[in-house]
Write a protein of this length. Sequence first.
Length: 318
Amino acid sequence: MKNVLARIFQKQRDSLIWYYINAVVVVMSSDIDINNLWKGYKDFKSIHEWYNSPAIQFELIRVLYNREFSVLVPSWYEKMYKDTRKMSVRNMRAHNSIGISWILNSGVRMFEKKIPYNLYYSLARFKNGIPPSSLNFSQRNFDKWNKEAQENIVEYDFLLDIDAGEHEDIGKAFDSAKLIVNYFNKINVPFEIVFSGKGFHIKIPYIFFPYYPLIPQEEDSSIYSMYSEIARNLSEEFSEMIDTNIYDSRRLCKIPCSLALYQEEVYVCYQFKTIEEFENFKLEDYSIGNFKKSLLKHGRTLFNDEGNVRQLFKDFSL
């Protein structure tokens, strides 16, 4: 009998100890010093000022007309907190600076809650844009739209994503991007190039790919399969840092002139105006604290704007 009681008391004591341990963990996790976990938290005033600048808001909406606008929490933030997927919001419509300002300040309350949102737009442009919806995000329902969205696409730009993975590898990503830029210049391919925060985005507007269907008629017949094939060939020829698995109708891309928020630093997603500017790239120049370039009426630069993709197709027998 004594042995039975001893085991019962031992079990109760262990349970009580476990309860207190968990209670302490909960208290500690709710009182996380985010200032130490996220260096960018110290720059939140700068982040707030950046997005409330009319000049920046104007640059953001340049790419958003009839495209999806989304705010997503970064992967490093998801590792620190549970239920972060509920924080990210897709399928938003923002065609003017008032819309962007409302979404960030009142919709997701980015600055009040100090949540490190990254801003994205869709590579797809839709016939009438994203449908208007409730300003109460919890009441929105886009199930029907998500099923029908592909039928409403009228453009879908080509994106070559060269990702460093870690910032210490940015030199390798830059070398890879430089190889692609030199090749595109050599064969007169039209392109834009943007520093994405941890790599480079090289984009070719859909207008240069008019003969491939946006809605697949049969397997491997769509623009998405063609883009994937182009990326695969470029990856094999120039760099394994090119992501070849990003081609689907709902793909998103960081918005030029937005901020890329990382655990250790905040960078400006910058669209290069000249090849010389790109060739002189230094990572430290694009941190929010060091950034000196004017973005007033920055606009978008399409290199080789009178070129085409014929030689690109010919080189890879596409």
